[in-house]
Design a protein around this ligand. Sequence first.
Ligand SMILES: *Cc1c(COP(=O)(O)O)cnc(C)c1O
Length: 303
Amino acid sequence: MSPNDVVLSIISRSVPIHLLPDWEGSGSCDVLRLDMLDSHISGNKIFKLLGHLQAWQASGRSGLLSFGGAYSNHLHALAAICAQANVPLTLMVRGFAELPLTPTLVDCQAWGAQLHFCSRREYALRYDEAYRQNLAQQWDAWVIPEGGDGPEGRQGCALIAERVSGYDEVWLALGTGTTALGMALELAAQTKLIGVNCVADQGEQQQRWQQELGTEMHWQVLDQYHGGGFGRCPEAIKSLIQRYDALELPLDPVYTAKVIWALEQEQAAGRLTNARRLIIHTGGLQGRRGVNLSLAPVASCQA
Ligand SMILES: *Cc1c(COP(=O)(O)O)cnc(C)c1O
């Protein structure tokens, strides 16, 4: 199977919807379990890769190359796809070769990816055109940007919108915002898109949505629930994760737990309306290993 076929077969699977109880007077909350699409390739990253893999196929390059941190959900998903499709993969990792590999990188390496550790200075070049062309030539690889972002990343995320019809509000976590803005391409006009910003970015994401979505769509970016900044996991978030584990809704520390935290806080402040609400579980559960939250094995919808 080509990587594209691997992705298409996974994103055509159906996933369960988890009903969260107890939102009296504040409507209803369903959770779309994209984390259950596949046991390794879960959540939004697989949608983000679709357009990039099409571009790779057209490029004629033999392999793929991308960038990420040592706990990156993007690198993890990409390595799993390349293993299944037998495509050579080079990963440029921000970090130090001398340190023990993270569980994320252990998986990537076991799946056959070549790891290259970059200094801060080299990693900062990841958007530099000449640097990227150089890497592409050196590895005969198609270069996918960090996180699977860019217009190609948005293209596949538009497909998530098909799964959210009939809701008044759709909530999801924002990193770069590529997933949300991709969904916005196909979202019904009456559905309000609510992004919980997981990055402390001084209003940058707000401005981007203002420019790109303007007043044609209903939307809101919540900027106060990043929990101290990207990747930070304060005690309140850890205990929230444990509470939801008991409800059989596993959450990741970087993104999805912050969406639920935002919902709870908004409800406590009386700001939730009586709406039919869908939360997109964007996956990322492999990252729990980075904060020592062991994860009970989660079922997936893999055939
Ligand atoms: C990457 C990621 C996000 C953020 O996606 P963006 O497209 O960068 O906004 C959200 N949730 C999880 C679990 C992710 O891995």
